[in-house]
Design a binder for this molecule. Structure first.
Ligand code: PEP
Ligand code: MG
Length: 582
């Protein structure tokens, strides 16, 4: 039995056979070999090198003949990499001395080389990284591997273990077959974590290197509540987890019975509980959990989920289906927040050193007017079907807000000129997720209909902590006093200007934090559908005065840990039935 500790990012317990994926989506059926098999494993590797070399010969010949000698040379270069003696020695060393399987040795070494090239930063070096990946693919195929999608199509069910999953890959996971996942890298606030919560797949990230310790087919437990992963659990542990899972599930089912009750405090203060979604199909989960609208529709997932750039019609179909299904309830369409950890099928920007500080979000939309206009046209058309609102992400300067609004106005005028029906007025808001926006909020507020505080990015940008980096995960805390001051300032200013303010960052999904936000004066919270029953239960259990006291006291602490400890312990006295751990 092997126990590992990582970062819990999506609640739930998954138990099943482990499905190990390497970087490029190849199934590595086993990572280590028995001492008795080391010799034959080395021979297998050498045979694969020969087979891969023959395959590259054939590729070179065919492409030289059909496309010209210069194309054929690409395969000669690949062959040189493959036959490099120092590479072969490194692979043989990993097999003989570390007992790696041939596939795992190839995957580990090529991954390291590809990353080294990518880190060099220039586009020429990034192309070398792609060459390395090509050789790896030929190598793994010579070892008998197939890309994983085929494997999944054959219907294997289990718990995924891999180095990393992008948000797009996570979104494409087959919920029926992937019971949970765990990764070596990743942080608490990354979009992979957010998508996992949306799909309700138990997940643990940031475990550090552990794949080499797994063997395909072993049983694995992913504890998405406490961030633990247990490989080959003994019977007692397995039974313990099965019982915990059942207990959690029955408590969740009980909470969900509050679906049709209002989110109102004991003293009568109403709070709107809206849902965050990434895909139209999540509307069902929103309604099942009693959401009274969609407070954040992350539309960029339309890009991440498809092979081509979505057309205006595809955008329109997605938005109008959500708007129509919600029958007049508000739907906040956030314009594309691509970039950083959410890249589409083809990167819209060059490789960046600091993608979270780079051409991301509204910056990327403004730099790609055709892309932005396509989306805005679709959104305005869909607005006729219900209560649609448009929100711009990551607004940092007034110039960005004004430019985005200007493009929206032009698109509106164009549609009117073309005789296409659009509403006269569609509410327009901005996300507040960059400290600069908070500092300038008094200037922004007269120019918007609403604001929504994105605590995921506000935490990242205030504390200079990468939200998807496991090394600094302990610093990534939305209740850090610095972040709380910015949230409170934003709420106070918005209320003073009579502008609606909501919080749509993940902070809203933790019941204790939700009460703090209510104490600050927030009356609209937006969270993943699965979190809504718990948040509603907490709101219905307290008075506004209790929330205000909680908030006032929380503001007196000096460190995030103190705030968190206070909120959790006080929450346990206010709503004891929710505070029970597993
Ligand atoms: C946020 O930053 O809090 C937010 C809601 O947006 P996202 O998580 O998609 O960046
Ligand atoms: Mg954000």
């Amino acid at each position: 039995m092997l126990e590992l500790q990582g970062i819990a990012v999506s609640p739930g317990v998954a138990i099943g056979q482990v499905l190990i994926l390497d970087q490029e989506g190849y199934r590595i059926t086993r990572c280590q070999v028995a001492p008795a098999d080391l010799k034959s494993e080395s021979e297998r590797l050498l045979q694969a090198i020969e087979a891969a070399s023959v395959r590259l010969d054939v590729d070179r010949e065919i492409s030289s003949r059909t496309l010209g000698k210069h194309v054929g040379q690409i395969f000669s270069a690949h062959q040189q990499i493959l036959l490099d003696p120092s590479l072969q020695n490194e692979l043989l060393h990993l097999i003989r001395d570390e007992a790696y399987s041939a596939e795992y040795a190839v995957s580990t070494v090529f991954n390291r080389y590809a990353q080294a090239f990518r880190r060099m930063g220039s586009s020429i070096m990034a192309e070398r990284a792609l060459d390395i990946r090509d050789v790896e693919r030929v190598f793994l195929e010579a070892l008998g591997g197939h890309p994983t999608e085929d494997r999944f199509d054959k219907g294997e069910t289990g718990v995924l273990a891999c180095h990393d999953l992008t948000p797009g890959e996570t979104a494409r996971l087959d919920r029926e077959r992937v019971l949970g996942f765990c990764t070596e890298i990743g942080g608490p606030g990354g979009h992979t974590a957010i998508v996992a919560r949306g799909l309700e797949i138990p997940a643990v990230v940031g475990l550090g290197p552990f794949l080499y310790r797994l063997r395909g087919g072993s049983t694995i437990i992913v504890d998405g509540y406490r961030g633990r992963v247990i490989v080959n659990p003994d019977e007692q542990m397995r039974v313990q987890y099965l019982e915990r899972r059942e207990d959690r599930q029955s408590r969740a089912a009980k909470l969900e019975s509050n679906r049709d009750l209002p989110a109102v405090t004991r003293c009568g203060t109403e709070v709107s509980l809206l849902a965050n979604i990434e895909f139209p199909h999540e509307v069902k989960a929103c309604l099942a959990r009693g959401a009274t609208g969609v407070g954040l529709y992350r539309t960029e997932f339309l890009y991440l989920g498809s092979a081509n750039e979505p057309s205006e019609e595809e955008h329109y179909q997605a938005y109008s289906s959500v708007v129509k299904e919600l029958k007049g309830l508000p739907v906040v369409i956030r314009t594309l927040d691509l970039g950083a950890d959410k890249m589409g099928h083809k990167p819209l920007s060059e490789q960046e050193h600091n993608p979270f500080l780079g051409l991301r979000s509204i910056r990327l939309s403004l730099r790609n007017p055709a892309l932005f206009r396509t989306q805005l046209r679709a959104a305005l058309r869909a607005a006729c079907g219900g209560n649609l609102q448009i929100m711009f992400p990551m607004i940092t300067t007034l110039h960005e807000l004004r430019t985005a609004r200007m493009v929206l106005r032009q698109v509106h005028d164009d549609l009117c000129e073309e005789g296409i029906e659009v509403p006269n007025h569609v509410p327009v808001g901005m996300m507040v997720e960059v400290p600069a926006a908070v500092l300038m909020l008094d200037r922004f507020l007269p120019e918007v209909d609403f604001i929504s505080i994105g605590t995921n990015d506000l935490t990242q940008y205030t504390l200079a902590v990468d939200r998807s980096n496991e090394y600094v995960a302990d610093l990534y805390m939305a209740v850090d006093p610095a972040v709380l001051r910015l949230i409170k300032t934003s709420v106070d200013l918005a209320r003073a200007h009579g502008i609606d303010v909501s919080v749509c960052g993940e902070m809203s999904s933790t019941p204790a934090y939700a009460l703090l936000l209510v104490g600050f004066g927030v009356r609209t919270l937006s969270a993943p559908p699965s979190a809504l029953p718990g948040v509603k239960h907490a709101i219905r259990a307290v008075t506004l005065e209790q929330c205000q006291k909680l908030a006032a006291r929380a503001m007196e602490f000096e460190t995030a840990r103190e705030v968190d400890a206070y909120l959790m312990s006080h929450f346990a006295t206010l709503v004891p039935e929710l505070a029970l751990g597993v």
